[in-house]
Design a protein around this ligand. Structure first.
Ligand SMILES: [Zn+2]
Length: 384
């Protein structure tokens, strides 16, 4: 089977993050079994979703890891002109949900694993396929726990998220946080006797907006990013029942997308400090007032130094001298910071097409990815 055939099969599994991915993982395991791979499957608690880790070649030494996620974003509310969970080929493009983000890379990696089964590898090839990446790099964490206890870890990791096959050495980290504000409810005609929870939430939000200005002015800048500084943003707000009731509850969600140079915990501490200050003012009159902050999801930034050998290694596979940094997050930050595996992001397709209706990858990109991985297999045969 070539990469295109494998991709067609992968697209037919509707592995939107809320759905199980087990059938897709079983499909990959069957292919890899035929290729003589050593396979471990790390299931979630409900046994509906799983990560897969496979090794082709020698088992007694570390190799090169190809990492990809198997879940895709939903198609709800999107206007598709081709079937989303069927691969359609038109004018040198392959359409379908996940073609670019990132089943194209997963298909190419599986194809490389099948090719490797007929070779004598001196350095092994590892594959890591995860679930629940699209909801904040959630699924891969159990696989990382398993790898942390393994006798050795991969030498290098290539995360195949779509970079049009450019070599990306960095991305921002992300911290998502929910804030709930408790005030004191009353009839709106006596509003000054009550504590308006929406007003509390707005004071917090104003602080976050001012903090963004401060970060933009005074914190690190990295011009390799489109937005060259750490960003803060409120994406959701809830509160209030009716206009004639002073609301007792309000809440909002915000996120920090940090440059590796900025510590998100320091920003969270500043925001928590503002909550303390607001509460100190109102507590004497409203002892039940509260502002609670809870981190709901986070993953670290990726910041691989340009002189790390993984960078020159993947540059040489691609025949390029350039590197980039990407706006989106990946599992690479976790592989790098939790397991100390030198990591870059390099995969086929462009994120311009990711998450959109009529998502596609060009056949050119898929072929170039196959070529990169064929070059990798050559290196693994000689040994690293
Ligand atoms: Zn992705």
């Amino acid at each position: 089977m070539n990469t295109r055939d494998i991709l067609r099969d992968l697209i037919s599994f509707p592995t939107v993050s809320r759905n199980p991915n087990r059938d897709l993982i079983d499909y990959c395991a069957a292919l890899l079994n035929q290729a003589g791979a050593e396979i471990s499957i790390v299931e979630d608690k409900k046994e509906e979703k799983a990560n897969l880790y496979a090794t082709i070649g020698p088992r007694d030494r570390p190799g090169v890891l190809l990492s990809g996620h198997t879940d895709v974003v939903p198609i709800d509310g999107q206007d598709w002109t081709v079937p989303a969970f069927e691969m359609t080929e038109q004018n040198g493009k392959l359409y379908g949900r996940g073609t670019t983000d990132m089943k194209g890379f997963v298909a190419s990696a599986l194809h490389a694993a099948c090719r490797a089964s007929a070779m004598e590898l001196a350095t092994p090839l590892h594959l890591a396929f995860s679930y629940d990446e699209e909801i904040g790099c959630v699924g891969v964490r159990s696989l990382i726990d398993v790898l942390a206890k393994a006798p050795f870890r991969p030498l290098f990791c290539i995360v195949g998220e779509p970079t049009s096959l450019a070599v990306a050495t960095g991305h921002k980290g992300k911290t998502a946080c929910h804030v709930s504000c408790k005030g004191h409810e009353a009839h709106s005609s006596v509003a000054p006797d009550a504590l308006n929870a929406i007003h509390l939430a707005c004071d917090m939000i104003s602080f976050i907006r001012n903090l963004q200005d401060e970060v933009c002015e005074n914190h690190s800048h990295d011009q390799a990013y489109d937005i060259p500084y750490t960003t803060l943003h409120v994406g959701n707000i809830q509160g209030g029942v009716a206009l004639n009731i002073v609301p007792g509850q309000a809440g909002f969600d915000f996120e920090i997308r940090n440059l590796p140079e900025d510590n998100p915990d320091q920003l969270l501490a500043r925001i928590a400090g503002k909550a303390d200050e607001l509460l100190a003012n109102v507590k004497p009159r409203f002892p039940d007032a509260a502002i609670n902050m809870a981190v709901t999801n986070r993953y670290p930034a990726l910041s691989t130094p340009e002189d790390e050998s993984v960078v020159s290694f993947v540059k040489s596979l691609r025949g390029t001298n350039d590197t980039i940094k990407v706006a989106f997050g990946t599992e690479g930050g976790l592989f790098s910071s939790e397991l100390a595996i030198p990591t870059v992001v390099c995969g086929p397709g462009s994120m311009e097409q990711g998450h959109k209706p009529d998502e596609f990858i060009t056949l050119d990109q898929l072929e170039m990815c196959d070529e990169m991985l064929e070059t990798l297999l050559g290196r693994l045969q000689t040994g690293l």
